[in-house]
Design a binder for this molecule. Structure first.
Ligand SMILES: [Zn+2]
Length: 454
C-alpha cells in the first residue's frame, strides 16, 4: 500500500513535469518579472515551426529556421503577458514606469559656489542627464568650476554670460584649500602650424573648463574663466582639414594644448603606413547578445575580427587586435590597447540586439555603423556603403551614439553592427558560412575607399 502511494506520487510528479516542459525556448525576456522604461516587451527565441505559440492570444510567426521575435506594447503600470504553446502556459509580468515616476526633478538655483572636478575625463554636458550625446568635453581632474544651480544628480556650471553646462555632482568635490585659492588668470596664447598639424596653446595659472565644437566648418576650442569676468572666453578657431583627428592635453597646470592632425593619406591603393585597431566585441564571460537560435554575439564578432585582421594585413595595414581568442577584455582595456597603439582608425565589431527605439522587432534588422565624434562620420558612411554591398543586408543606417570605445578623438572610431542577433531574418544571414568573410571585406573596403578616394 505504501509502495502504491509512492508510485502514484511519482507518476504525478512525472505528469506535472511533462506538463511544464516548453516546446520553445526564449532568449528574451530574461526574467519572468521585470521593471522597464521601454514601450514594448520583446519575446525572442526558437521553436519547432510546427508549434503553435500564442502571446496574449495572438498567434506569433515562426520563421522556417525556427526563429521568432515578437513585441507586446506595454501600458503604464502592471502588464501581464500570457505565452501559450501546445504544452505549456507561462506568465510574464512587466511593470512599466509611469510618467510621474519619470518626471524631471526641479531646478534649484543658488548663489555661485566653487567646486573642483574629481577625476580625469569627467563629462561636461549640455543637459542634466546621462544621455551620451549631450557631452561637450571631458574635463581634467582639479578643474575649477563655478556652479549656481542643481537639478537631480547634476550641478549647473556657469561658463560665461551666454553659456551654462552640467556636471554630475558625484564627479565633483568641495575645494580643499579655499583660503589659499586665487582666481586663475590668463598668461598667454600661442599657435604653431606644421606640415600636417597645428598646435594651439592657451596658458592660465590654474585649470579651467573648456569646450570643443566641431559641428561647423571650424573646430572651435574655448576655455572659460567664469570667475574673472562675465565674458572671459578664450577661443581658437581651426579650419577643419578634410580628414583629421584632434586631441586636448594639459601640458602643465593650466596649460591647454589643442592639437589637430591631418590624416596622412596612403599614396597607392593600399593601406601601407595605416594602423588599424580591430576590436571584436564582448568575449569570455560576456557573451553579448544571444540570437533567436542561441548563437552568441561574441563568437561571430571574433570570426569577423580575425577575418578583418587578415584582410587588412593583405592590404598593407598594421593591425592591432584587442582580442584574438574567447577571453574577457574590459572596455577600459580596449581603449587602453587602442591608445597605446596610436592608430589612425579603430573599428569595433558587434551585432545588434533589440532596437534602442521602440519599434517592431521584425522590422529592425540589417547593418548599421555608429560613430561619435564628427570627424569619424564620413568613415562610418563609407564602411556602411561597402558593408551593404558585401552582405546584402537591410540598410539600418549610420548613426551617432555615445559608446565608450568611440569617444576618443585622436583617431577615427567606428562601431559596426553587422546584423541583428535577435532578428529571425538576420539569423539566417549571420549563420551563413561566408558571413564573417564578407563582413570583413566590406569593412576593409570601406576603410580603403575613405582613405584613398576623395
Ligand atoms: Zn555588442
Amino acid at each position: 500500500m505504501k509502495n502504491m502511494r509512492k508510485i502514484i506520487i511519482l507518476l504525478l510528479v512525472i505528469f506535472l513535469g511533462i506538463n511544464t516542459v516548453q516546446a520553445y525556448s526564449l532568449v528574451l525576456p530574461k526574467e519572468k518579472k521585470s521593471v522597464t522604461n521601454r514601450e514594448y516587451a520583446f519575446f525572442v527565441g526558437k521553436a519547432q515551426n510546427t508549434e503553435v505559440i500564442t502571446i496574449n492570444d495572438k498567434r506569433i510567426y515562426i520563421a522556417p529556421n525556427g526563429a521568432f521575435a515578437h513585441t507586446v506594447k506595454l501600458k503604464e503600470g502592471n502588464n501581464r503577458v500570457v505565452v501559450r504553446s501546445n504544452l505549456s502556459t507561462q506568465i510574464y509580468n512587466f511593470r512599466k514606469k509611469s510618467s510621474a515616476e519619470k518626471a524631471k526633478p526641479p531646478l534649484k538655483e543658488f548663489e555661485p559656489k566653487r567646486v573642483v572636478v574629481a577625476n580625469d575625463r569627467t563629462a561636461l554636458r549640455e543637459t542634466p542627464e546621462h544621455s551620451g550625446l549631450n557631452r561637450i568635453s571631458h574635463l581634467f581632474k582639479d578643474t575649477n568650476l563655478l556652479v549656481n544651480g542643481s537639478q537631480g544628480d547634476f550641478y549647473r556650471v556657469f561658463l560665461s554670460k551666454n553659456r551654462t553646462a552640467w556636471i554630475a555632482i558625484k564627479d565633483t568635490t568641495e575645494p580643499k584649500n579655499a583660503e589659499e585659492y586665487s582666481t586663475p588668470t590668463f598668461i598667454t596664447m600661442n599657435s604653431e602650424t606644421f606640415k600636417n598639424a597645428s598646435v594651439h596653446t592657451i596658458e592660465f595659472t590654474d585649470k579651467l573648463p573648456y569646450t570643443i565644437d566641431e559641428s561647423g566648418n571650424d573646430i572651435v576650442f574655448r576655455v572659460y574663466n567664469p570667475e574673472y569676468s562675465d565674458n572671459s572666453v578664450y577661443t581658437v578657431n581651426i579650419k577643419k582639414p578634410d580628414k583629421y583627428v584632434y586631441k586636448t592635453t594639459l601640458a602643465d597646470r593650466g596649460t591647454y594644448v589643442f592639437k589637430v592632425n591631418e590624416l596622412p593619406l596612403p599614396t597607392d591603393k593600399t593601406l601601407d603606413g595605416v594602423t588599424v585597431v580591430v576590436d571584436p566585441g564582448h568575449g569570455g564571460s560576456e557573451s553579448g547578445a544571444i540570437g533567436c537560435l542561441g548563437d552568441k554575439e561574441k563568437d561571430i564578432t571574433l570570426k569577423i575580427g580575425l577575418e578583418l585582421q587578415d584582410r587588412l594585413r593583405l592590404m598593407g595595414a598594421n593591425v592591432i587586435m584587442t582580442r584574438e581568442c574567447d577571453g574577457f577584455v574590459s572596455l577600459d582595456d580596449r581603449v587602453k590597447i587602442s591608445n597605446a597603439s596610436c592608430p589612425q582608425i579603430f573599428v569595433s565589431i558587434h551585432l545588434n540586439s533589440i532596437p534602442d527605439i521602440n519599434m517592431n522587432i521584425r522590422k529592425n534588422r540589417g547593418t548599421s555603423v555608429y560613430y561619435y565624434n564628427d570627424n569619424s562620420r564620413e568613415l562610418a558612411q563609407s564602411v556602411q556603403k561597402a558593408l551593404l554591398k558585401e552582405l546584402s543586408t537591410h540598410n539600418d543606417g549610420v548613426r551617432q551614439k555615445s559608446f565608450k570605445v568611440l569617444r576618443r578623438s585622436e583617431y577615427l572610431s567606428i562601431l559596426v553592427e553587422a546584423a541583428y542577433m535577435t532578428n529571425p531574418m538576420d539569423s539566417v544571414l549571420y549563420r551563413e558560412e561566408d558571413f564573417a568573410y564578407n563582413a570583413a571585406r566590406g569593412i576593409a573596403e570601406g576603410i580603403l575607399r575613405y582613405l584613398v578616394c576623395d
